[in-house]
Design a protein around this ligand. Structure first.
Ligand code: NAD
Length: 300
């Protein structure tokens, strides 16, 4: 069975960051509001070294996803330690990497690329980020049967995390049914003893579930609304939303009004950065400090 990526043993952790500036970046589209620069730069400063984290925004550069290999080569040439990768590049980046962590391979998406001794190694820290957020903030919540809406890049990571956390029945729903089917097939191969299926109807998938995860973009400022109708929410059903722009989504507001226990997307955003920082720098990150910093900058 797959496990979460372990940092130690997978990478050469010998770089001495006290003598050189650490260069990092994020490649994606429409990323100007990203909190990643603030999170990584503040953690490096707290550890006594300099880090510069650049936003490499396809929209601002006026280039498309086909420009990705050029951007990777340029970052490597400039001496970057690594890059975070976000929408719409998490799958597209894979052909340009030398190696994938076992977890990134299973999930089929990369959000962290480490440049290590001339090799580009792809990781997925979103899954650990979601799992750690759930462990920290949802203690005691049952995870036996979970329904998840959204089977895209982030949904693949949260589904993997739910299985690693112990979910025995996972019900995947997506408006593109074939995506839910493809994800349930690939995860079933990895977790053969679990009941992982694509469901066509959300109301049926939610019936008898302990919790529900929103892994669609619904709830973001650009995608207002909720993928989960309020009438399906009930006090005994926990609700996790991975959207974090904004943190208080329409879904979470409705869930709180219905008496549900809720988890917002902030924890996942912080913990994916914690693990990425460790991969980039070879140093342990202070997760509590990074979380406090995130909460300060988003005004939580
Ligand atoms: P994606 O486009 O790859 O996948 C979204 C999926 O949701 C698609 O398969 C789509 O068909 C499906 N979908 C959309 N609307 C739906 C609806 N109403 N009902 C059912 N299915 C629907 O996007 P992604 O990269 O997976 O990102 C999804 C969201 O996750 C984004 O809002 C992103 O910001 C968020 N995210 C959060 C974190 C975090 O750290 N908190 C990390 C990664 C992504």
């Amino acid at each position: 069975m797959a496990g979460f990526d372990s940092v130690k043993g997978m990478t050469d952790q010998s770089s001495d960051l006290t003598t050189a500036q650490c260069l990092l970046g994020l490649i994606g589209s429409g990323i100007q509001a990203s909190k990643s620069p603030a999170l990584h730069e503040a953690e490096a400063a707290a550890q006594g070294f300099q880090c510069r984290y650049e936003l490499i925004d396809l929209d601002r550069l006026g280039v498309g996803i086909e420009h990705l290999p050029v951007l990777l080569a340029e970052a490597e040439r400039r001496g970057f330690s690594g890059l975070n990768i976000t929408y719409p590049c998490k799958q597209a980046v894979i052909p340009f990497l030398h190696e994938l962590s076992p977890q990134a391979r299973t999930i089929g998406a990369v959000n962290t690329v480490h440049f290590n001794g001339g090799r580009r190694i792809g990781y997925n820290t979103d899954a650990w980020g979601f799992a750690e957020s759930f462990r920290q903030d949802m203690k005691g919540s049952s995870i036996d049967t979970v329904a998840q809406v959204g089977a895209g890049g982030a949904g693949a990571a949260t589904a993997f995390a739910l299985l690693e956390l112990g979910a025995r029945r996972l019900r995947l729903v997506d408006s593109e049914f074939s995506r839910a089917e493809a994800l349930s097939a690939s995860l079933s191969a990895q977790f053969p003893e679990r009941d992982i299926r694509a469901w066509r109807r959300l109301d049926e998938a939610v019936g008898g579930a302990d919790g529900i995860v929103n892994a669609t973009p619904m709830g973001m400022a650009r995608h207002p609304g909720s993928a989960i109708p309020a009438h399906l929410l009930a006090p005994g059903l926990w609700v996790a939303d991975i959207v974090y722009f904004p943190l208080k989504t329409e879904l979470l507001r409705a869930a709180r009004a219905a008496g549900s226990r809720t988890l917002d997307g902030g924890g996942m955003a912080v913990y994916q950065a914690v693990r990425a920082f460790e991969i980039f720098t070879g140093r342990a990150a202070d997760a509590v400090r990074m979380r406090r910093h995130f909460e300060r900058i988003v005004g939580h």
